[in-house]
Design a protein around this ligand. Structure first.
Ligand code: PA5
Length: 471
């Protein structure tokens, strides 16, 4: 099992590698040992800064019966239709998307049902208020009951609060289409993933008899990828969800044995915290290869919504290399010295592909003939990180020995725990998101929601815009 453990390589964060100004010294890390021990104790005792819930820490230990239940529900959804639509936003969206993007064929929706082993095509919606995207999705769906499974569809609406506008509106529109197509039997095609007992979506699930999956009360939205929020869509797509949990469990158990500065999650938090404090608060997560782009976007949200508070917090950005070496690469190499790069690297690619030899060599590429794309990607990474380091630009790398459910489960758990630890170091509560409420209040006011009328009033009375500022 140890050969499938993920590893954190941070030698390009050291003063020896990137210089004293950019590097994190052993002394500054050692000075965090005690605060980290305190955090470790708080976490072990399941205490959080503001008594917010830490249930995500226990998700790796969910009972096997719960996982089998999710797999059965996934199988029955797959048997009902070849298109499965997942509605959700933020923490109710990005984790599921990250898992499916990482662990399934990138062209899966274009394969035949047989090539997909009978697992449906997946679409994500309810994560925007985008008329064109919704129209496009509607145009893919039947308007009357189809006579083949290929056109049949099912729906999973995910919202812990049950009131998120983007998701709720998409659900209204698609539920109506479903009712139109399937009549009174439509409810068996819908799963509602929401609170155990509260909220409008919960009430709809009960009154309309939708399958109801619970987002535990003590798990916050962006920490919920290992609940039904992430696991059901993943299981519908045919992902080994037990493997995800086994990976998270493996890391949880490894971490229990380790001193804070040997523990990858704590060390990651400490390095990011010290870097941000030293002025490097742009935090770029780079997926080397495309598969982990969704994970980088998931982390973008986890980091931003958890740590961006009280005037502080790193600014996360996600990137895919080598693609973005032809974009951000310039700035990261020579722009302001305010960034730290976290690389996500996959060490072995079982499906690797060797570059063929070409007799004429008209493209002059025979010097890499016989090498695999995976090896070339690795060389590109090594070259880039060295080029950064020699110019005093720090980076660290999380290595996945291979990309599979087990290593991905570890990665999710590492980054979730690291976020919690970093929140403690920054003395902010990483589990709430009070700032997100502001835009919602004004938006609801502007849309005429009666209980938000005072926000409409404030907006209406705002200082008039000077027309000179619009050209
Ligand atoms: O992390 C969070 O709490 C948020 O990103 C939520 O997941 C997001 O706002 C969606 O909320 P809900 O599941 O209530 O629709």
């Amino acid at each position: 099992m140890a050969e499938m453990d993920i590893r954190l390589d941070y030698h390009y964060m050291s003063p020896e590698a990137v210089g004293a100004a950019a590097g994190i010294s052993r002394e500054s890390l050692a000075a965090l040992e005690e605060p980290l021990r305190n955090v470790q104790q708080l976490i072990q005792e399941r205490q959080s800064a503001n008594s917010d819930p830490l249930g995500f820490l226990d998700l790796p230990y969910q009972p096997v019966t719960e996982i089998s239940r999710l797999e059965k529900i996934a199988d029955s959804l797959a048997a009902l239709g070849d298109r499965h639509i997942v509605l959700g936003i933020g923490g109710s969206y990005l984790g599921a998307k990250a898992v499916i993007d990482a662990l399934t064929d990138p062209f899966r929706n274009e394969r035949s049902r047989r090539e997909r082993q009978g697992r449906p095509r997946i679409a994500f919606e309810g994560n925007n208020l985008d008329p064109a995207a919704m129209q496009a999705l509607l145009s893919l769906l039947p308007t009357e009951q189809p006579d083949d499974l290929d056109r049949d569809f099912t729906l999973n609406v995910i919202s812990k609060s049950g009131t998120t506008l983007e998701t709720a509106l998409a659900f209204r529109i698609l539920r109506q289409r479903m009712l139109q197509v399937y009549g009174p039997t439509y409810a068996k095609r819908i799963v509602a993933t929401t609170d155990a007992k509260r909220g409008l979506l919960y009430q709809q699930a009960v009154s309309e008899n939708f399958e109801h999956l619970v987002i535990p009360d003590d798990v916050g939205g962006r920490f919920s990828v290992l609940t039904p929020v992430g696991l059901l869509p993943a299981a519908v797509a045919g992902v080994d969800i037990s493997g995800l949990l086994a990976g998270a469990r493996r890391l949880a158990e490894r971490m229990r044995q380790l001193a804070p500065l040997q523990n990858p999650a704590y060390l990651y938090a400490a390095l990011q915290y010290l870097s941000a404090r030293g002025g490097r608060n742009i935090s770029v997560m780079v997926s080397w290869g495309k598969a982990l782009e969704g994970v980088a976007m998931w982390y973008d949200q986890l980091c931003a919504e958890s740590l961006g508070k009280e005037g502080g917090g790193r600014i996360p950005i996600s990137a895919v290399n080598t693609r973005d070496l032809h974009a951000r690469g310039q700035q990261l190499q020579q722009g302001p010295r305010n960034a730290v790069i976290t690389n996500l690297a996959i060490d072995r690619h079982p499906d690797d592909l060797a570059v063929p030899c070409d007799e004429g060599n008209s493209d002059q590429l025979n010097y890499v003939a016989g090498k695999t794309l995976g090896q070339i990607l690795q060389r590109a990474r090594e070259a880039t990180l060295y080029a950064y380091a020699r110019d005093g630009r720090p980076s660290l790398t999380i290595h996945l020995p291979e990309l599979n459910a087990f290593t991905l489960g570890q990665l999710f758990y590492l980054l979730e725990v690291a976020t919690l630890v970093e929140g403690h170091l920054c003395r902010i509560n990483p589990l709430d998101q009070p700032g997100v409420e502001d835009y919602k209040s004004f938006m609801f006011g502007l849309l005429g929601r009666p209980d938000k009328a005072h926000y409409l009033k404030e907006f209406a009375e705002r200082p008039a815009a000077d027309p000179a500022f619009v050209i």
